[in-house]
Design a protein around this ligand. Structure first.
Ligand SMILES: *[C@@H]1O[C@H](CO)[C@@H](O)[C@H](O)[C@H]1NC(C)=O
Ligand SMILES: *[C@@H]1O[C@H](CO)[C@@H](O)[C@H](O)[C@H]1NC(C)=O
Ligand SMILES: *[C@@H]1O[C@H](CO)[C@@H](O)[C@H](O)[C@H]1NC(C)=O
Length: 293
């Protein structure tokens, strides 16, 4: 009879291999100007007209690691939606949120490759183009803001953890903690809602459709991507979504967190997490509820 520890190890190995079974690599998804890797989680029982979530890793991360960290795949298996977990390998695996091409549409940045992953997935799996979502943590949250600003027509909603407003790192010599101009992460890029709105709109000039809904989370004690970046994101999206702060709900969704409601709370909410540093733990259940999945 095997010892308990052997059983435990075998069980853990089995669980982790089950966990990754649905994640596979796609190489032919279309133009990929910055050589991103596309990993896709397609549940064996796919819903008809499935929804899609694009889930963006932190600096130093990978799509595979973000899949393990967030557990969106487990929910995908239950509900039949698809998750794309891409990887960037440049600049310490940080997303391109600083360059002119990366902050423009169809201009050869990471955002263009990510948009093509979505277009490919909609086509290949006959997915519901009105149910495409984006989420991410840290650098992935910065990129979430950039995707929403440069490809607002692709996404219905977004959630993100511990990032910055779209355009905060524009012109910085890099996008990683080691290479970036620290002004943005330090919470020193402060603009009015009108200025942030103009910054984002300049990334897709002439766009006259609606912008995706956003739920953004930030730790008050963040000492890497400082807390003022939360307020700057809320200013930017309150301008783009045309909603202003209405009220707070304290201890939502858990003790110490404050849910900040804009308008009627269907387009923009912020979650301010007291005593929480970098990064706010991903809340997959709240994300799925926000997406309506
Ligand atoms: C942005 O960061 C990249 C590395 O990620 C770097 O190559 C580039 O020079 C940076 N700055 C600008 C303004 O493009
Ligand atoms: C703006 O709206 C017009 C009229 O509905 C449309 O033809 C045009 O393509 C839109 N522009 C963009 C950039 O979406
Ligand atoms: C709402 O909550 C935030 C985060 O705790 C706080 O900064 C802000 O002052 C609160 N606003 C009101 C009106 O209570």
């Amino acid at each position: 009879m095997p010892s308990i520890s052997t059983v435990t190890i075998t069980l853990l190995a089995a669980l982790s291999s089950v966990g990754n079974a649905a994640l596979s690599r796609v190489t032919d998804f279309g133009s990929n100007p910055t050589k991103l890797e596309m990993n896709i989680w397609v549940p064996s029982k796919l819903a008809t007209k499935p929804a899609i979530i694009l889930a963006l890793h932190t600096c130093g991360g990978t799509g595979e690691a973000y899949s393990s960290m967030t557990k969106y795949g487990t929910s995908a298996d239950q509900k039949g939606f698809i998750v794309i977990f891409p990887t960037t390998k440049k600049d310490s695996n940080c997303w391109e949120v600083n360059t002119t091409k990366g902050l423009s549409r169809e201009a050869g940045g990471d955002n263009q490759g990510l948009a093509n992953m979505i277009k490919y997935t909609i086509q290949k799996y006959d997915a519901d183009a009105s149910k495409v979502f984006v989420t991410g943590a840290s650098s992935g949250c910065m990129m979430t803001n950039v995707m929403m600003a440069t490809y607002p027509d692709l996404f219905a909603a977004a959630s993100c953890y511990s990032g910055v407003a779209a355009g905060c790192l524009a012109g910085s010599p890099g996008a990683s903690p080691g290479s970036a101009d620290p002004t943005c992460a330090n919470g020193k890029v402060i603009k009015s809602a009108e200025e942030w709105t103009r910054t984002a709109k300049a990334m897709y000039p002439g766009y006259n459709g609606t912008y995706p809904r956003l739920a953004t989370w930030h730790g008050v004690a963040d000492n890497l991507v400082f807390y003022p970046n939360f307020g700057e994101q809320l200013k930017q999206w309150s301008g783009l979504l045309g909603v202003s702060f209405t009220r707070n709900e304290t201890n939502k969704p858990q003790s110490g967190y404050t849910k900040m409601i804009y308008g009627d709370g269907t387009k923009l909410v912020g979650y301010s997490a007291a005593g929480v540093g970098h990064i706010v733990p991903v809340h997959p259940t709240d994300d799925l509820a926000w997406f309506g999945l």
